[in-house]
Design a protein around this ligand. Structure first.
Ligand code: NAP
Length: 279
Protein backbone atom coordinates (compact mmCIF):
# COMPACT_ATOMS: atom_id res chain seq x y z
CA UNK A 1 0.00 0.00 0.00
CA UNK A 2 1.10 3.55 -0.62
CA UNK A 3 0.34 6.76 1.25
CA UNK A 4 0.13 8.68 -1.99
CA UNK A 5 -3.48 9.12 -3.09
CA UNK A 6 -4.15 7.68 -6.53
CA UNK A 7 -5.24 9.87 -9.39
CA UNK A 8 -8.91 8.92 -9.89
CA UNK A 9 -9.78 7.34 -13.23
CA UNK A 10 -13.14 6.95 -14.94
CA UNK A 11 -14.25 6.12 -18.46
CA UNK A 12 -16.97 4.99 -20.77
CA UNK A 13 -17.29 1.26 -21.38
CA UNK A 14 -18.77 0.15 -24.70
CA UNK A 15 -17.92 -1.58 -27.95
CA UNK A 16 -17.47 0.23 -30.24
CA UNK A 17 -17.04 3.28 -28.07
CA UNK A 18 -14.84 5.75 -29.93
CA UNK A 19 -17.96 7.69 -31.09
CA UNK A 20 -18.73 8.72 -27.50
CA UNK A 21 -18.42 12.37 -26.56
CA UNK A 22 -18.39 11.63 -22.83
CA UNK A 23 -14.58 11.84 -22.52
CA UNK A 24 -14.65 15.39 -23.90
CA UNK A 25 -17.41 16.36 -21.46
CA UNK A 26 -15.73 14.90 -18.37
CA UNK A 27 -12.34 16.13 -19.57
CA UNK A 28 -13.75 19.64 -19.81
CA UNK A 29 -15.16 19.47 -16.29
CA UNK A 30 -11.93 17.98 -14.84
CA UNK A 31 -10.03 20.91 -16.31
CA UNK A 32 -12.64 23.49 -15.31
CA UNK A 33 -12.59 22.39 -11.65
CA UNK A 34 -8.83 21.77 -11.53
CA UNK A 35 -9.29 18.12 -10.59
CA UNK A 36 -6.42 15.70 -11.12
CA UNK A 37 -8.13 12.81 -12.85
CA UNK A 38 -8.71 11.18 -16.22
CA UNK A 39 -11.76 9.95 -18.15
CA UNK A 40 -11.13 7.70 -21.16
CA UNK A 41 -12.76 5.59 -23.89
CA UNK A 42 -12.77 1.93 -22.82
CA UNK A 43 -13.50 -0.45 -25.70
CA UNK A 44 -14.37 -3.65 -23.85
CA UNK A 45 -16.10 -6.58 -25.54
CA UNK A 46 -18.79 -8.77 -23.99
CA UNK A 47 -16.35 -11.61 -23.20
CA UNK A 48 -14.09 -9.32 -21.13
CA UNK A 49 -16.69 -7.24 -19.33
CA UNK A 50 -16.92 -9.24 -16.06
CA UNK A 51 -13.14 -9.41 -15.71
CA UNK A 52 -12.78 -5.71 -16.52
CA UNK A 53 -15.28 -4.75 -13.81
CA UNK A 54 -13.27 -6.79 -11.28
CA UNK A 55 -9.95 -5.29 -12.33
CA UNK A 56 -10.91 -1.65 -12.83
CA UNK A 57 -11.30 -0.71 -9.13
CA UNK A 58 -7.86 -2.28 -8.46
CA UNK A 59 -6.39 -0.16 -11.24
CA UNK A 60 -7.59 3.12 -9.75
CA UNK A 61 -10.94 3.49 -11.50
CA UNK A 62 -13.58 5.11 -9.31
CA UNK A 63 -16.41 4.51 -11.74
CA UNK A 64 -17.56 4.38 -15.33
CA UNK A 65 -20.31 5.12 -17.75
CA UNK A 66 -21.75 2.26 -19.78
CA UNK A 67 -23.09 2.30 -23.29
CA UNK A 68 -24.12 -0.12 -26.05
CA UNK A 69 -24.00 -3.15 -25.86
CA UNK A 70 -23.46 -3.45 -22.09
CA UNK A 71 -26.24 -1.33 -20.52
CA UNK A 72 -28.39 -4.34 -19.63
CA UNK A 73 -25.61 -6.89 -18.94
CA UNK A 74 -23.97 -4.74 -16.24
CA UNK A 75 -27.10 -5.06 -14.09
CA UNK A 76 -26.34 -8.77 -13.71
CA UNK A 77 -22.65 -8.18 -13.01
CA UNK A 78 -23.05 -5.36 -10.46
CA UNK A 79 -23.06 -6.07 -6.71
CA UNK A 80 -25.96 -3.67 -6.20
CA UNK A 81 -28.42 -1.87 -8.44
CA UNK A 82 -30.41 1.30 -7.71
CA UNK A 83 -34.20 1.06 -7.82
CA UNK A 84 -34.40 3.30 -10.87
CA UNK A 85 -31.84 1.24 -12.82
CA UNK A 86 -33.76 -1.92 -11.93
CA UNK A 87 -37.04 -0.33 -13.06
CA UNK A 88 -35.52 0.89 -16.32
CA UNK A 89 -33.75 -2.44 -16.86
CA UNK A 90 -30.43 -0.84 -17.80
CA UNK A 91 -27.54 1.08 -16.23
CA UNK A 92 -25.48 3.93 -17.64
CA UNK A 93 -23.39 4.81 -14.57
CA UNK A 94 -21.23 2.60 -12.35
CA UNK A 95 -19.69 3.56 -9.04
CA UNK A 96 -16.77 1.46 -7.76
CA UNK A 97 -16.79 1.45 -3.98
CA UNK A 98 -13.59 1.35 -1.90
CA UNK A 99 -14.00 -2.41 -1.35
CA UNK A 100 -14.21 -2.98 -5.12
CA UNK A 101 -17.97 -3.58 -5.12
CA UNK A 102 -19.86 -2.21 -8.12
CA UNK A 103 -23.05 -0.11 -7.85
CA UNK A 104 -25.08 0.26 -11.05
CA UNK A 105 -27.31 3.29 -11.56
CA UNK A 106 -29.26 4.88 -14.39
CA UNK A 107 -29.17 8.67 -14.66
CA UNK A 108 -30.80 9.06 -18.10
CA UNK A 109 -34.16 10.00 -16.56
CA UNK A 110 -32.53 12.61 -14.30
CA UNK A 111 -30.76 14.02 -17.35
CA UNK A 112 -33.98 14.12 -19.33
CA UNK A 113 -35.85 16.07 -16.63
CA UNK A 114 -32.93 18.40 -15.80
CA UNK A 115 -32.59 19.30 -19.49
CA UNK A 116 -36.26 20.29 -19.71
CA UNK A 117 -36.18 22.17 -16.41
CA UNK A 118 -33.14 24.16 -17.56
CA UNK A 119 -34.28 24.89 -21.11
CA UNK A 120 -38.06 25.13 -20.67
CA UNK A 121 -38.43 26.62 -17.17
CA UNK A 122 -42.19 27.11 -17.62
CA UNK A 123 -42.70 23.38 -18.31
CA UNK A 124 -45.33 21.86 -16.03
CA UNK A 125 -45.45 18.11 -16.70
CA UNK A 126 -48.39 17.65 -14.34
CA UNK A 127 -50.59 20.01 -16.42
CA UNK A 128 -51.55 17.41 -19.02
CA UNK A 129 -50.71 14.26 -20.95
CA UNK A 130 -47.31 13.43 -22.39
CA UNK A 131 -46.90 11.79 -25.81
CA UNK A 132 -43.87 9.52 -26.24
CA UNK A 133 -42.73 8.10 -29.57
CA UNK A 134 -40.64 4.95 -29.28
CA UNK A 135 -40.30 2.17 -26.73
CA UNK A 136 -36.58 1.32 -26.60
CA UNK A 137 -34.09 1.84 -23.79
CA UNK A 138 -34.31 5.62 -23.94
CA UNK A 139 -38.11 5.50 -23.69
CA UNK A 140 -37.94 3.38 -20.52
CA UNK A 141 -35.83 6.04 -18.77
CA UNK A 142 -38.08 8.85 -20.06
CA UNK A 143 -41.29 7.15 -18.95
CA UNK A 144 -39.94 6.34 -15.47
CA UNK A 145 -38.89 10.00 -15.11
CA UNK A 146 -42.18 11.42 -16.39
CA UNK A 147 -44.12 9.29 -13.92
CA UNK A 148 -41.84 10.47 -11.10
CA UNK A 149 -42.53 14.15 -11.88
CA UNK A 150 -46.29 13.62 -11.85
CA UNK A 151 -47.38 13.36 -15.48
CA UNK A 152 -51.06 12.34 -15.38
CA UNK A 153 -51.06 10.23 -18.55
CA UNK A 154 -48.49 8.93 -21.04
CA UNK A 155 -49.59 8.18 -24.58
CA UNK A 156 -47.08 5.78 -26.07
CA UNK A 157 -46.67 4.67 -29.68
CA UNK A 158 -43.97 2.43 -31.11
CA UNK A 159 -43.47 0.89 -34.53
CA UNK A 160 -43.33 -2.55 -32.89
CA UNK A 161 -46.45 -2.43 -30.74
CA UNK A 162 -45.39 -5.32 -28.50
CA UNK A 163 -42.50 -3.28 -27.07
CA UNK A 164 -44.91 -0.50 -26.11
CA UNK A 165 -47.22 -3.08 -24.49
CA UNK A 166 -44.24 -4.30 -22.43
CA UNK A 167 -43.73 -0.77 -21.11
CA UNK A 168 -47.43 -0.55 -20.27
CA UNK A 169 -46.99 -3.77 -18.31
CA UNK A 170 -43.86 -2.53 -16.50
CA UNK A 171 -44.93 1.06 -15.79
CA UNK A 172 -48.64 0.65 -15.17
CA UNK A 173 -51.96 2.29 -15.90
CA UNK A 174 -50.68 5.79 -16.67
CA UNK A 175 -49.28 4.39 -19.92
CA UNK A 176 -51.78 4.19 -22.80
CA UNK A 177 -50.55 2.36 -25.87
CA UNK A 178 -51.54 3.98 -29.16
CA UNK A 179 -51.13 2.21 -32.48
CA UNK A 180 -48.16 3.41 -34.54
CA UNK A 181 -50.51 4.28 -37.40
CA UNK A 182 -52.26 6.73 -35.04
CA UNK A 183 -49.13 8.22 -33.50
CA UNK A 184 -49.82 11.63 -35.07
CA UNK A 185 -53.26 11.82 -33.43
CA UNK A 186 -51.99 11.21 -29.90
CA UNK A 187 -50.10 14.53 -30.03
CA UNK A 188 -53.37 16.47 -29.74
CA UNK A 189 -53.47 18.30 -26.40
CA UNK A 190 -50.17 16.80 -25.18
CA UNK A 191 -48.26 19.16 -22.86
CA UNK A 192 -45.02 17.21 -23.32
CA UNK A 193 -43.99 15.53 -26.58
CA UNK A 194 -40.88 13.35 -26.77
CA UNK A 195 -39.19 11.53 -29.62
CA UNK A 196 -37.22 8.60 -28.21
CA UNK A 197 -36.89 6.78 -31.53
CA UNK A 198 -33.70 6.97 -33.54
CA UNK A 199 -35.64 8.40 -36.51
CA UNK A 200 -34.07 11.64 -37.66
CA UNK A 201 -30.63 10.77 -36.31
CA UNK A 202 -27.90 11.29 -38.84
CA UNK A 203 -27.38 8.03 -40.74
CA UNK A 204 -30.74 6.59 -39.59
CA UNK A 205 -34.25 6.60 -41.09
CA UNK A 206 -36.02 9.91 -41.65
CA UNK A 207 -38.69 11.07 -39.23
CA UNK A 208 -42.11 10.04 -40.56
CA UNK A 209 -44.84 10.69 -37.97
CA UNK A 210 -47.21 13.56 -38.94
CA UNK A 211 -46.85 16.40 -36.45
CA UNK A 212 -49.84 18.65 -37.27
CA UNK A 213 -51.37 17.77 -33.88
CA UNK A 214 -48.59 19.40 -31.84
CA UNK A 215 -49.94 22.30 -29.79
CA UNK A 216 -48.15 25.66 -29.73
CA UNK A 217 -48.25 25.32 -25.91
CA UNK A 218 -46.40 22.00 -25.90
CA UNK A 219 -42.83 21.48 -24.74
CA UNK A 220 -41.22 19.23 -27.34
CA UNK A 221 -37.91 17.40 -27.01
CA UNK A 222 -35.90 14.87 -29.00
CA UNK A 223 -33.45 12.34 -27.54
CA UNK A 224 -31.57 12.48 -30.83
CA UNK A 225 -28.87 15.16 -30.70
CA UNK A 226 -27.03 14.55 -33.99
CA UNK A 227 -28.13 16.79 -35.64
CA UNK A 228 -29.02 19.21 -32.87
CA UNK A 229 -32.02 20.59 -34.77
CA UNK A 230 -33.78 17.45 -35.99
CA UNK A 231 -36.64 17.51 -38.51
CA UNK A 232 -38.94 16.59 -35.61
CA UNK A 233 -37.87 19.63 -33.56
CA UNK A 234 -37.93 21.92 -36.60
CA UNK A 235 -41.53 20.89 -37.38
CA UNK A 236 -42.57 21.41 -33.74
CA UNK A 237 -40.90 24.81 -33.69
CA UNK A 238 -42.70 25.79 -36.89
CA UNK A 239 -45.97 25.07 -35.06
CA UNK A 240 -44.99 27.47 -32.29
CA UNK A 241 -44.04 24.84 -29.70
CA UNK A 242 -41.16 25.32 -27.26
CA UNK A 243 -38.39 22.93 -28.36
CA UNK A 244 -35.44 21.53 -26.40
CA UNK A 245 -32.67 19.57 -28.10
CA UNK A 246 -31.28 16.26 -26.83
CA UNK A 247 -27.70 17.34 -26.13
CA UNK A 248 -28.71 18.77 -22.76
CA UNK A 249 -29.94 15.34 -21.66
CA UNK A 250 -26.55 13.86 -22.47
CA UNK A 251 -24.82 16.60 -20.47
CA UNK A 252 -27.12 16.41 -17.47
CA UNK A 253 -27.10 12.59 -17.22
CA UNK A 254 -23.34 12.87 -16.65
CA UNK A 255 -23.63 15.14 -13.58
CA UNK A 256 -24.35 12.50 -10.87
CA UNK A 257 -21.49 10.25 -12.04
CA UNK A 258 -18.94 13.08 -12.12
CA UNK A 259 -20.03 14.22 -8.66
CA UNK A 260 -19.74 10.72 -7.17
CA UNK A 261 -16.38 9.97 -8.77
CA UNK A 262 -14.58 13.27 -8.48
CA UNK A 263 -16.36 14.95 -5.53
CA UNK A 264 -17.56 18.07 -7.34
CA UNK A 265 -21.04 18.72 -8.74
CA UNK A 266 -20.42 20.10 -12.24
CA UNK A 267 -22.50 22.85 -13.79
CA UNK A 268 -24.05 22.39 -17.23
CA UNK A 269 -23.92 25.68 -19.11
CA UNK A 270 -23.32 27.07 -22.59
CA UNK A 271 -19.56 26.66 -22.24
CA UNK A 272 -20.05 22.98 -21.41
CA UNK A 273 -22.24 22.52 -24.50
CA UNK A 274 -19.65 24.20 -26.70
CA UNK A 275 -16.85 22.08 -25.27
CA UNK A 276 -18.71 18.93 -26.33
CA UNK A 277 -19.92 20.30 -29.67
CA UNK A 278 -16.48 21.52 -30.71
CA UNK A 279 -14.66 18.39 -29.53
P1 NAP B 1 -33.27 1.48 -28.95
O1 NAP B 1 -33.46 0.84 -27.64
O2 NAP B 1 -32.54 0.74 -30.04
O3 NAP B 1 -34.72 1.91 -29.52
C1 NAP B 1 -34.86 2.47 -30.78
C2 NAP B 1 -36.28 3.00 -30.94
O4 NAP B 1 -36.40 3.63 -32.23
C3 NAP B 1 -37.34 1.89 -30.93
O5 NAP B 1 -38.53 2.40 -30.38
C4 NAP B 1 -37.52 1.61 -32.43
O6 NAP B 1 -38.76 1.03 -32.76
C5 NAP B 1 -37.45 3.01 -32.97
N1 NAP B 1 -37.12 3.04 -34.40
C6 NAP B 1 -35.92 2.82 -34.97
N2 NAP B 1 -36.01 2.96 -36.31
C7 NAP B 1 -37.31 3.30 -36.58
C8 NAP B 1 -38.02 3.59 -37.79
N3 NAP B 1 -37.42 3.55 -38.98
N4 NAP B 1 -39.33 3.91 -37.69
C9 NAP B 1 -39.93 3.94 -36.48
N5 NAP B 1 -39.31 3.68 -35.31
C10 NAP B 1 -38.00 3.37 -35.36
O7 NAP B 1 -32.49 2.87 -28.82
P2 NAP B 1 -32.46 3.88 -27.57
O8 NAP B 1 -31.33 3.52 -26.69
O9 NAP B 1 -33.83 3.97 -26.99
O10 NAP B 1 -32.05 5.24 -28.32
C11 NAP B 1 -32.96 5.89 -29.19
C12 NAP B 1 -32.36 7.22 -29.60
O11 NAP B 1 -32.21 8.06 -28.48
C13 NAP B 1 -30.97 7.11 -30.23
O12 NAP B 1 -30.87 8.04 -31.27
C14 NAP B 1 -30.04 7.47 -29.08
O13 NAP B 1 -28.82 8.04 -29.55
C15 NAP B 1 -30.88 8.52 -28.37
N6 NAP B 1 -30.55 8.65 -26.93
C16 NAP B 1 -30.14 9.89 -26.51
C17 NAP B 1 -29.88 10.09 -25.17
C18 NAP B 1 -29.46 11.46 -24.73
O14 NAP B 1 -28.82 11.58 -23.68
N7 NAP B 1 -29.83 12.51 -25.46
C19 NAP B 1 -30.02 9.04 -24.24
C20 NAP B 1 -30.45 7.79 -24.71
C21 NAP B 1 -30.72 7.61 -26.07
P3 NAP B 1 -38.91 -0.59 -32.78
O15 NAP B 1 -39.11 -1.02 -31.39
O16 NAP B 1 -40.09 -0.81 -33.66
O17 NAP B 1 -37.63 -1.14 -33.40
Amino acid sequence: MTDHPRIPLAGIIGSPVNFSRSPYLHGFWLKRYGIKGHYVHLDIGQADLAEALKMMPRMGFVGANVTIPHKETVLKLADSVTDRAALIGAANTLVFKKDGKVLADNTDGLGFIANLRQNAPHWNPAAGPAAVLGAGGGARAVIAALIEVGVPEIRLANRTRGRAENLRHDFGAKVHVVDWTEAGEMLDGAVTVVNTTSMGMSGKADFTVPLDGISSKAVVTDLVYVPLMTDFLAAAKARGAHTVDGLGMLLHQAVPGFERWFGQKPVVDEETRQAVLLA
